[in-house]
Write a protein that binds this ligand. Structure first.
Ligand SMILES: [Fe+2]
Length: 269
């Protein structure tokens, strides 16, 4: 009789644990990946006239749980912010060579992003997975100017630098100017090799994607081990903002690391 009670309790415990695990999995697969945060940040810029509104997004990883419907949502959220500039931080397709969906429709949807300036850099997934040669064409079909160790000066005098993907190539942005310099770099840890940039925008880490603080050493990818989410200030006063990305890699799951679009207002002072 006693043994029967113990077995009954054990079975009840196992059932509760299995139900909890199933609930957690549903949350990680269907709730958090679609619970998008549009975060806002204001940065002062000496000598800038007026303001410049940026919407930064990255790590879309099309094909890994993000397809046409989610892309439409992304474009709607970005356009809803009415940004002056939209900056893409890299990782367009998760693995372009294996993507079984309608890539052309995805490109068409993303080309609906509206802004005066649309600028992009390359992420590691825009090199691997057969993307190395076709990424420049894909991203320019979406209306973006691709910067790889190059820069553009915007109408208001802000310089936007884009560095080459740092896990495969050597980033080199040259000397920043005297005005307000923004660096777009897929891997945030590039920050430690750069001085004189007022604001760096990066992605790559997905904020950990499945964010378990005591496992961070194992979770964070190379290139995002020091700077991995949110805002940092470097000793030279430069700011680094790491966006958590829109999509996912390795598995279509997120935990305590909601997808993010970052809206940065650069305000003249
Ligand atoms: Fe990524």
């Amino acid at each position: 009789m006693k043994l029967f009670k113990i077995i009954k309790r054990l079975l009840r415990l196992l059932f509760s644990l299995a139900a909890l695990a199933a609930l957690a999995l549903v949350y990680m697969r269907y709730i958090e990946p679609n619970w998008i945060e549009v975060s806002h940040l204001t940065v002062g810029a000496d000598g800038l006239e007026g303001r410049y509104k940026i919407a930064a997004f990255g790590d879309v990883h099309i094909g890994m749980g993000k397809d046409e419907k989610e892309l439409e949502k992304l474009v709607e959220l970005i356009n809803g912010e009415e940004p002056d500039g939209v900056f893409f931080l890299g990782d367009l397709f998760d693995d372009y060579s294996k993507y079984g969906g309608d890539a052309e429709t995805c490109i068409k949807i993303l080309s609906g992003i509206e802004a005066d300036d649309k600028i992009a850099v390359r992420g590691n997934h825009d090199v691997g997975g057969g993307a190395q040669w076709i990424y420049p064409e894909l991203i320019s079909s979406c209306g973006f100017t691709l910067l790889e160790n190059d820069r553009v000066v915007l109408k208001n005098g802000i310089t936007v630098h884009g560095c080459a993907e740092s896990l495969y190539f050597t980033p080199d942005i040259g000397a920043p100017g005297d005005g307000f310099d923004i660096l777009l770099a897929h891997e945030p840890d590039v920050a430690d090799g750069v001085t004189g940039v007022e604001l760096q925008l990066s992605g790559h880490s997905h904020g950990g994607q499945i964010y378990i603080p005591f496992l961070l050493d194992r979770i964070l990818p190379k290139g995002a081990e020091k700077y991995y989410k949110g805002l940092y200030e470097k000793p030279d006063g430069g700011l680094v903002y790491v966006n958590r990305g829109y999509g996912m890699s390795l598995a279509p799951l997120r935990l305590f690391s909601r997808p993010e679009i970052t809206v940065v207002t650069v305000e003249g002072k």
